[in-house]
Design a protein around this ligand. Structure first.
Ligand code: ASP
Ligand code: MG
Length: 414
């Protein structure tokens, strides 16, 4: 018998009616002959509500106590699903993270899973039970409740799938899979049938918010097949696995965008060793993460240095850069938070030349100016004015033929 781990997110368990619909899916999976372990989120909005309550009790709630509080959301849904399954004569048992023994480090509010003691779950499975586990939480060495950070239930599910050597980890959500672009921007965006772990990792870190990044890293490391699918309608969803030939033949898997970044430029800094360190040192010390970095070729012993940070850090970074500018005797600081990053992602880039030039000329044909460019082995990102977000994403989506699945070099593959 094959084992499936199935995770249901907040909107899939938003109320008792939805929880009963989850019970239907669980029972159907079981009827197809699978053993099943269910991992649940709290009801949609519940974790936010609890955080809000904590904020009313204390200005800076203690992180240990916050975890005691936040872990209750998932405890509600697991009990309700077990009851709903039992009501239909299916044996089910719920466990909190602590009861399973999902061992984490002691970093409250963003703990990492160290080990899972799977004996209790395995025993329940041999007794033909449906095991329902609270996501997003664990327990540290000293028995304190910990939580894994927002969206952490995805990671619980993948970690359980690894610990139990499951056949597949299914992530049920309110969309029917991963799309070639955000369908709110590109109505012609398509659900992808398959995607490589690395592509999903890039898409997730570039702004696609389907899965917690850490869960994909975990799945990739242990090679657990991940499937993203809807709990609201039937379908095959998107399967995320190791890359294969078909994925390599495709030019591009999808287009991601991110409106959360802002751009800072230091103009006319002396072009000498140590400058990049001097500029980014204070930024790093302030705990601000830098994403893209561009330094121009020096002319007349000076150069321009541009980088991007998260918009939340923009004000702070601007002040810090102002100080650095004075110290280095730079000409001026230019800052712009009205930018977006648009990226094309695909493992096909490894074997196809010319993707960058295709991307740049498609944008140019629409009069979209590129302000910054960065590349990795399987992605190309550009920064453009935020007013071009929609146009840019749509242009690239059609330039690479994503709306009809024709981003494939070899016509035999459809
Ligand atoms: N309930 C937690 C959150 O809202 C964990 C999860 O849903 O994955 O972030
Ligand atoms: Mg989620």
């Amino acid at each position: 018998m094959t084992l499936i781990v199935a995770k249901f997110g907040g909107t899939s368990v938003a109320n008792v009616e939805r929880i009963k619909a989850v019970a239907d899916i669980v029972i159907a999976t079981r009827k197809r002959g699978h053993q099943i372990v269910v991992v649940l989120s709290a009801m949609a909005g519940e974790t936010d509500r609890l955080i809000e309550l904590a904020g009313q009790a204390a200005t800076t709630p203690d992180s240990r106590e916050l975890d005691v509080l936040l872990s209750t959301g998932e405890q509600v849904t697991i009990a309700l699903l077990s009851m709903a399954l039992q009501e239909r004569d299916y044996p089910a048992v719920s466990y909190t993270g602590g009861q399973v023994q999902i061992l984490t480090d002691n970093v409250h509010n963003k703990a990492r899973i160290i080990d899972i003691e799977s004996a209790r779950v395995k025993k329940a499975l041999t007794e033909h039970k449906i095991v329902v586990i609270a996501g997003f939480q664990g327990i540290d060495e000293s028995g304190n409740i910990t939580t894994l950070g927002r969206g952490g239930t995805d990671t619980t599910a993948v970690a359980m799938a690894v610990a139990l050597n499951a056949h597949e980890c299914r992530i049920y959500t309110d969309v029917d899979g991963v799309y070639t672009a955000d369908p709110r921007i590109v109505p012609a965006a398509r659900r992808m049938d398959r995607l490589a772990y690395e592509e999903m990792l890039e898409l997730a870190s570039l702004g696609a918010k389907v899965l917690q990044i850490r869960s994909v890293e975990f799945a990739n490391k242990y090679k657990v097949p991940l499937r993203v699918l809807s709990s609201f309608e039937e379908g095959r969803g998107t399967l995320i696995t190791d890359e294969d030939e078909e994925m390599e033949r495709a030019l591009i898997a999808g287009i991601a965008h991110n409106r959360d970044e802002a751009k800072l430029t230091l103009r006319g800094v002396p072009d000498r060793p140590g400058i990049a360190g001097a500029i980014l040192g204070p930024i790093a010390e302030a705990g601000i993460e830098v994403d893209m970095i561009v330094q121009n070729t020096g002319v007349d012993h000076t150069t321009d240095f541009t980088f991007t940070v998260h918009r939340n850090d923009f004000a702070k970074a601007t002040v810090l850069l102002g100080k650095t500018a004075q110290e280095l005797g730079a000409a001026e600081v230019l800052s712009d938070d009205r930018i977006v990053k648009i990226s094309v992602v695909g493992v096909g880039m490894r074997s196809h030349a010319g993707i960058a030039s295709k991307m740049f000329s498609a944008l140019a044909a629409e009069g979209i100016n590129i302000q910054m460019i960065s590349t990795s082995e399987i992605k190309i990102s550009v920064v453009v004015d935020e007013k071009y977000l929609e146009l840019g994403v749509r242009t690239l989506h059609s330039a690479f033929g994503l709306e009809n699945g024709s981003a494939i070099m070899n016509d035999a593959v459809g």
